[in-house]
Design a protein around this ligand. Structure first.
Ligand SMILES: NC(=O)c1ccc[n+]([C@@H]2O[C@H](COP(=O)([O-])OP(=O)(O)OC[C@H]3O[C@@H](n4cnc5c(N)ncnc54)[C@H](O)[C@@H]3O)[C@@H](O)[C@H]2O)c1
Length: 260
C-alpha cells in the first residue's frame, strides 16, 4: 500500500510514545490520521500538530471504541490502516513475601485482568472492528484492502520478574497475529506485530537517569534506548511492504531481557 492523502489511518495509544511517533510519520506522507487515546490534552495537541483528529477512546470499552470509529470514519472515511499502540504495564510478583514482616502477599487478580483487558482484548477489539470496516472497501490494484500493525513487547518472550500479566497479554498479541492474518487473508488485509525492546517514551521518562543509563548499557548494539521514530519506521514498512504478513518482529538492538 502506498501512503498518501487517499489513505485514512487510526492509531490507538496515538497521543504518546510509539503511537505518537507513528501518527507523525503517517501524517508526513499526507495520511489522514485519527488518534484513539485516553489522554485528551496530549491527543488534541498532537492532532492539531499533524492536522489529524483526536478521538477520546478507552480501548477496554465497547461503546467508546464504537464511537471512536464512527467519529474517525465520519471525518476521514473508512480507514485502510490500523496501528494498535494503546497499552500499559505493571510489576507485581505472582506470590511474594514481605522482607520485613514475612507476611505472604497474594497477587491481586483484578490487576491481572485489567492488563489483559487493555493490552490483549483492547487490541483484538480494535482489530475486529477495523477489519469489519475494511471489508466494505474496494480493494486497491494489488487486491489489498488494509493493513494492521499491533504492538507486543519482547516481554512476550522474555518477560521479567513481576511481568506475568504484561507478558501474558503481549504473548496473546503475538499468538493471535497469524490466525487473525489467516482470518483476513481472503479479504486482502495484512496483519503484523512489532515486539519492541526498551524505547525512550513517556513510559520510561519518569525513571531516574542512572536507571535509564543502565537499561541503555544492557542493549548489545546500539547501546542506547530505542527511538520511537525507529518503531514508526518499522510500522510504516509493515504497512507499505505488501509481502509482509502474519509476522511478529523484535525491534530491540538484540537485547534479551534478564530475569530482573
Ligand atoms: N516503551 C517501551 O519500551 C515499550 C516496550 C515494549 C512494548 N511497548 C508497548 O508499546 C505500546 C506503546 O507504549 P509507549 O511506550 O508508547 O507508552 P506511552 O505510555 O507513551 O503510550 C501509551 C498510550 O496508550 C494510551 N492508553 C493506555 N490505556 C489506554 C486505553 N485503555 N485506551 C486508550 N488508550 C490507552 C495512553 O494514554 C498512552 O497515550 C504499549 O502497548 C507498550 O506496552 C513499549
Amino acid at each position: 500500500m502506498q501512503l498518501d492523502a487517499t489513505i485514512a489511518a487510526i492509531v490507538t495509544g496515538g497521543a504518546s510514545g510509539l503511537g505518537a511517533a507513528t501518527a507523525r510519520r503517517l501524517a508526513s506522507h499526507g495520511v489522514k490520521v485519527a488518534l484513539f487515546d485516553l489522554n485528551e490534552a496530549a491527543g488534541e495537541a498532537l492532532a492539531r500538530e499533524i492536522g489529524g483528529l483526536f478521538c477520546a477512546v478507552d480501548v477496554t470499552n465497547e461503546a467508546s471504541v464504537d464511537a471512536g470509529f464512527a467519529k474517525a470514519r465520519a471525518a476521514h472515511g473508512q480507514e485502510r490502516v490500523l496501528v494498535n499502540c494503546a497499552g500499559t504495564g505493571n510489576a507485581v510478583k505472582t506470590a511474594s513475601r514481605d522482607k520485613a514482616t514475612g507476611e505472604i502477599k497474594h497477587f491481586p487478580l483484578a490487576n491481572f485482568d485489567r492488563i489483559i483487558q487493555i493490552n490483549l482484548v483492547g487490541t483484538f477489539r480494535c482489530i475486529a472492528k477495523s477489519a469489519a470496516g475494511m471489508l466494505t472497501l474496494e480493494p486497491l490494484a494489488d487486491g489489498e484492502r488494509g493493513a494492521i500493525v499491533n504492538t507486543a513487547s519482547v516481554a512476550a518472550v522474555d518477560g521479567q520478574m513481576g511481568q506475568a500479566s504484561y507478558s501474558a497479554s503481549k504473548a496473546g498479541v503475538v499468538g493471535m497475529t497469524l490466525p487473525v492474518a489467516r482470518d483476513l487473508m481472503g479479504e486482502g488485509i495484512r496483519v503484523n506485530t512489532i515486539l519492541p525492546g526498551i524505547f525512550d517514551t513517556p513510559l520510561l521518562q519518569g525513571a531516574p537517569d542512572n536507571v535509564k543509563a543502565a537499561l541503555a548499557a544492557s542493549v548489545p548494539f546500539p547501546k542506547r534506548l530505542g527511538n520511537p521514530a525507529e518503531y514508526a519506521h518499522l510500522a510504516e514498512t509493515m504497512i507499505t511492504n505488501g509481502y509482509f504478513n502474519g509476522e511478529c518482529v523484535r525491534l530491540d538492538g538484540a537485547i534479551r531481557m534478564a530475569p530482573r
